[in-house]
Every structure is written in C-alpha cells, then in structure tokens.
Design a protein around this ligand. Structure first.
Ligand code: BMA
Length: 337
C-alpha cells in the first residue's frame, strides 16, 4: 500500500488518520502528547502516552481504542503521575516501554530526577495502581526496555547510558539481573557507527524487542547532528533468540524517518520516536506507535516478514557484530564502521 505521505517503496505505511492523538484531544490543557508505550489490554489497544504539561514536566496518561487507530478514550482513572517529592521523578516521567511478563506489565520509563534522566521500573496489572520498583540504571541513562523472558534465570535490560567523555559516542548496552534490583554484567550491545553513517555517534533503543522466529527484532533510533539540529531516524537489528547479547543482523540503512509534515514541524522538528509496537492477530502486521516532532502520537504499519527480509538483504555485519559477545572482534575497531 502506498504511504500516505511518501514513496510506495517505503516499508512503513503511515496511518491516514495521523496524527492519531494530539494535545487538543486531552481533557486538560497540555503542551504535547507523544512517545507512547503500547500494549493489548482487555482486547483493546492501550497507549501509555507521555503528556507534557505547560509546566514542561511530563506524566503518563492512558488512552484506549478498540481498533488502535481512532476513537481514543482518555481514561482519567488510569495513568501515572510523577512523584514530585522523589529525587528520581522530581522533573517528571517520560518515554515508557512496556513488557508483559505473565499477567504483569513492567513499565520501564525515564525518571527525570535531580541527578538527571535515569531508568526506572514500575509494575502494574491494571494501569490504575503502579508498584514502583526503583532505579534500574543511574543517570544519565534512558531508552531502556526489559526483555520479556528470563535467560538462564536472569532478566535482561537494554538501555543507553550517556557517555562519560564527549566524542566517544552513545551506544546501546545490555545489563543483567537475577532479581530486577541488582544489575550487572553490563556490556555494549550495539555501537553507534562513526563518520558519515546515518546512525553515527548516538543511537538508542526504540520499542521493546519483538520475538520472531528469526530472533528478537530490534528497532533503534539514531540521532544525527545536522546544521539545523538533531535528525531522528529508525533502523533494524536482530538478536539471537536464546542469547540476546548476540547481534546476529544489523541493517545498513535506516527504514523510517521524518517525512510527513507533522514529523517535520513541531516542538522538536525532524523526530520520529517509537516506544511501542504490536503484532496484529494476522501474525504479520506490525503497528508501530511513535511520537512525531515531540508533539503528537502517530501510527505506522509494516509487514513483519518484509522487515525481516529487508534486514537479510541489507546486512551490515563486519567481523565482530555477529560474534558471540556482540562487541567488535580484535582487529575490528569502531573507527572502521
Ligand atoms: C530524546 C528523548 C525523547 C525525545 C527526543 C527528541 O533524548 O528525550 O523523549 O523525543 O530526545 O527530542
């Protein structure tokens, strides 16, 4: 199907209803609604939407739709407000990624605290009451999600610490925990490339990885520094099903970028930022929900098999990316990328 705003060869098709949620749809006056997490909930689509108030601080609101496209109801009885007296959430909560394990939704979100942005966890079954489980990664760290399975009895968390030294790049990391409290064994999962690459210098996880027959499908964003500001685009990678520290494929091209007017204009222009995606009952249609220009919530769909075919036909696998520990092998330096 032709993209409503672009080239029919694109893999993602933007919804003709975009933006599907805007600040105007909210009962109270807010600045922007964007970067939602998403789950299937009681047979409907539930978005946990970042709502930025006119104070500048964010909270997470619940919007529910029967078809996942329109008819969104803002559920005022549900959602998550920041604990303003807590040093971890003093300046708000942002960008939730939701992972269902058993009957519990684990929400990994950015707590904007006095020490900077950090990775926090809260669990819920109903999106009404939330059990805060504390800080998983100290500042500055964001763009995190839990994997939905234990691997050899351990939880796996993908996250993106800020580099201690400027110029070394911001990379995607993987850390492990036996109990969701104590985290360690941290290592770089995917390097930001260098030089002219579309994903040079700064990358971060998008939605939680999606389980497929070929492995865990990863969507990640890149932040390209341009003369007119940051440009956010999306690429794909695949992790080994049994050992997610192994990157078995990584695409060489970006697959989705800001193109539509509502992605090009807004509070932060040229940003597409997905925090959640779902597979439809047909087993192939991927519904990706994303923030557009830090202003609105949008939807784009793709065929899962097309995404995997694309990864297979656009490999970027220099020595090192497909090895067992997912870091460059001796002789391969990040500067080669
Ligand atoms: C990132 C996050 C996102 C935001 C993006 C673009 O660092 O803070 O919430 O959408 O920047 O401004």
């Amino acid at each position: 199907m032709a993209d409503a705003h672009g080239d029919p060869r694109e893999m993602f098709t933007r919804s003709v209803h975009n933006p599907i949620l805007t600040a105007e749809a909210f009962p109270r006056m807010v600045n922007a609604v964007f970067n939602p997490g998403v789950v299937s909930f009681e047979g409907k689509t539930l978005l946990l939407v970042r709502v930025e108030a006119r104070t500048g601080l964010s909270s997470l609101a619940v919007a529910i739709s029967a078809n996942g496209v329109d008819g969104w109801q803002i559920d005022r009885g549900r959602g998550m407000e920041p604990e303003r007296d807590s040093p971890t959430e003093h300046w708000g909560i942002e960008d939730p990624r939701i992972t269902l394990v058993g009957d519990t939704y684990h929400i990994v979100y950015t707590g904007y605290g006095v020490g900077g942005p950090m990775v926090c966890l809260a669990s819920t079954r109903d999106f009404e009451t939330f059990d805060r489980q504390g800080v998983l990664q100290t500042p500055e760290d964001k763009d995190a999600a839990l994997m939905p399975r234990l691997f050899d009895g351990r939880w796996a968390l993908i996250h993106r610490p800020a580099p201690a030294s400027a110029g070394l790049g911001s990379h995607i990391w993987l850390s492990w925990s036996p109990d969701l409290r104590h985290w360690g064994d941290a290592r770089i999962l995917m390097h930001a490339r260098r030089g002219g690459w579309w994903d040079a210098n700064k990358i971060g996880l998008g939605p939680p990885p999606l389980e497929t027959e070929r492995g865990w499908l990863v969507c990640y964003h890149s932040v390209r520094a341009t003369a007119s500001g940051s440009l956010y685009r999306l690429g794909l990678a695949m992790l080994d099903l049994e050992d997610p520290s192994r990157v078995i494929m990584r695409g060489d091209e970006w697959v989705f970028g800001p193109n539509a007017p509502y992605e090009r204009a807004g509070d932060v222009p040229a940003v597409v930022f997905p925090c959640g995606w779902l597979i439809d009952d047909d087993g192939d249609t991927v519904r990706m929900y994303y923030g557009a220009a830090d202003s609105t919530v949008c939807l784009a769909t793709a065929s899962l098999s097309n995404l995997i075919d694309h990864l297979e036909s656009h490999p970027y696998s220099p020595p090192g990316y497909a090895n067992s520990d997912g870091i460059p092998s001796p002789g391969h330096t990040v500067e080669d990328d």
